[in-house]
Write a protein that binds this ligand. Structure first.
Ligand code: N01
Length: 547
């Protein structure tokens, strides 16, 4: 590297020429990838657009942001010392606590010296002659590496809808996924929240607690379950710490990456007596967990009639929580199966609509047409506001990857390769793009699982693969087209056997105009997915072309 390269730091380990691995992103995936790959003696550099580590937990600082996987399980398992020394305070940790944890990890494992912050990767081109990735940054640097690992996150490319007049709005505009670092005080203000997905469902009760008036603009109602968050019980925490090896193994051997004791076959919801079903659903409702309904009956996501029984149960809870029957009816999801859009976990969401200064506007009956300097306009109504909060979601799973100009063999772009939807082998690699790895890419359990468990599995698999390649003196590793075709067909077949593709969800790309509709995550569960990845490796990396 030349002396005037902005990424050049005299005296640091990256002085002398190309890297073994460049990792894009310093969220939970990038941090662990750096730790693991550096541990193998690979010259690894992480490039991160933000001014801090943490990925999603760096950006999403909106009021109420918290994890909806329990903190005891939403944490790294790779270091028993880290497991023992870190203290979680709540059942579901808030964003500040998770970001502190990730900052702690970065310091504890001395990761920062190989992370370049404020560095956005704009392009990654595979140089076939040299067999290397050439990575360009928006800041003007070009770096080369034998391998490129995209740790760019599944929900990192946030979207702001194009709304007429927004640029001329006279008040303040916020985005949940790009929340300011300083405190935002809504006291005395009239606030609009646009969107009612997980981010909005978490933020709305807190914004309502401050604002003089809150108007929520809802396009599609979501199913939300009560989080039942609470301070972590010290006895429970001590017990978990003591049992971490077992707890982690249960998580790895589960469907969703959270520890679940293996249970007997659940049976059909339709075979159960109504009272028994009600009791089981009630138990799931009381559990305060995203995953509790998956533990009730086996056919909730495969049989419409069975699904309706769970949907009806949750709809009844919404109706009994919301005082005004007309508002309750607007909050009740009806037009898609229960669980076919990502469930939300809330603390007082439905209750918030009982507050006299909170109004719900249904955009289905009265679409949002424009914003004036002082109001949001829907149909014939003007809603005067001082602040607008956009909680309008992400170009999920592929957005952050396609935002980088990635080119593989013969200069073919990833955009062209994925024109009809993402195609991967195991969600880890894509044909025509040698030595490029995706962490929690489309076609892997990713967003349907505890992300930390899936991240660790992918990073470990990639690390083992690089070690294997190095032992064989191999320099090129690439998914074969046939293996990719078969895997993509398998991922499609799994989702097609369920009700999940029936909703216009971000899982299918339906929230982004023009995005191909395809169910992106792998539905087979983390246990069987891990077994498949391990079997592929044990079989000499079946389906990969190794040169
Ligand atoms: O985004 P979303 P999110 N006009 O896409 C609406 C994870 N997450 O940031 O459904 C009006 O779910 C849109 O309406 P519709 C979690 O996996 C995790 O809330 O498209 N409205 C929807 O209501 C989650 O699922 C955690 O009809 C518009 C909302 O905006 C994922 O991130 C916390 C609109 C977007 O909801 C995404 O959640 C938060 C428009 N033009 C999030 N465009 C934790 O675990 C969109 N909408 C902590």
């Amino acid at each position: 590297m030349s002396g005037d390269d902005p990424l050049h730091r005299p005296g640091s380990a990256d002085d002398a020429g190309p890297y073994d691995v460049i990792v894009v992103g310093a969220g939970p995936a990038g941090l662990y990838a750096l730790h693991r790959l550096r541990g193998l003696g690979l010259r690894t550099l992480v490039l991160e657009a933000a001014d801090g580590v943490g990925g999603t937990w760096y950006w999403n600082r909106y009021p109420g942001a918290r994890c909806d996987v329990e903190s005891m399980f939403y944490s790294y398992s790779f270091s028993p010392e880290l497991e023992q020394e870190w203290e979680w305070t709540e059942r579901y940790a808030g964003q500040p606590e998770i970001l502190r944890y990730l900052d702690h990890v970065a310091d504890r494992f001395d990761l920062r010296r190989d992370i370049r912050l404020g560095t956005r990767v704009s392009a990654a081109h595979f140089d076939e002659a040299g067999g290397r990735w050439r990575i360009r940054t928006r800041e003007g640097a070009t770096l080369t590496a034998s391998y490129c690992v995209m740790a760019t996150g599944c929900l990192s490319h946030s979207r702001l809808p194009a709304i007429e007049g927004l640029d001329d709005f006279g008040g303040s505009v916020y985005r949940t996924a790009r929340w300011p670092h300083e405190d935002v005080d809504f006291s005395g203000r009239r606030v609009a929240v646009i969107g009612t997905g997980s981010s909005a469902v978490q933020a709305i009760p807190l914004i309502a607690g401050q604002a003089a008036q809150l108007t929520v603009f809802q396009r599609t109602p979501n199913f939300s379950l009560p989080a039942r968050n609470r301070p972590l019980d010290p006895a429970e925490w001590t017990r978990t710490k003591r049992n971490y090896p077992h707890v982690r193994e249960l998580a790895r051997q589960s469907v969703s990456g959270v520890p679940q004791a293996p249970h007997a076959a659940l049976g059909s919801a339709l075979a159960a007596r109504p009272a028994e079903r009600e009791a089981r659903y009630r138990h799931a409702w009381e559990a305060g967990s995203l995953f509790s309904f998956a533990d009730t009956y086996s056919d909730l996501i495969t049989d419409s009639e069975a699904n309706e029984t769970a949907g009806d149960f949750v709809r009844a809870r919404i109706r009994e929580t919301v005082n005004d029957p007309a508002v309750a009816e607007r909050l009740v999801p009806r037009h898609y199966p229960f669980g076919a859009k990502r469930l939300c976990l809330d603390s007082g969401y439905y209750e918030t609509f009982n507050r006299s200064h909170v109004t719900l506007v249904d955009l289905r009956s009265s679409p949002l047409t424009r914003v004036t300097p002082q109001a949001v306009v829907t149909g014939a109504d003007e809603h005067p506001v001082d602040s607008i909060v956009f909680a309008t979601g992400f170009d999920a799973m592929t957005g952050a990857l396609l935002a980088v100009d990635i080119r593989g063999r013969e200069g073919r772009t990833l955009k062209a390769a994925w024109a009809d939807g993402p195609r991967t082998y195991l969600g880890l690699a894509t044909a025509g793009f040698p030595n490029l790895f995706l962490i929690t890419g489309p076609g892997s359990p990713s967003v349907l699982s505890n992300m930390i468990v899936s991240i660790e599995q992918h990073v470990d698999w990639i690390a083992d693969t690089l070690q294997w390649l190095s032992l064989r003196g191999a320099t090129s590793f690439e998914a074969a087209h046939e293996a990719e075709d078969a895997w993509t067909a398998h991922v499609d077949a799994l989702s097609a056997a369920t009700l999940l593709p029936r909703a216009a969800s971000w899982w299918t790309g339906a929230n982004i105009a023009g995005k191909p509709r395809t169910f992106m995550p792998y539905l087979g569960g983390v246990k069987s997915y891990r077994e498949t990845c391990d079997a592929v490796a044990a079989d000499g990396y079946r389906g990969f072309i190794v040169t």
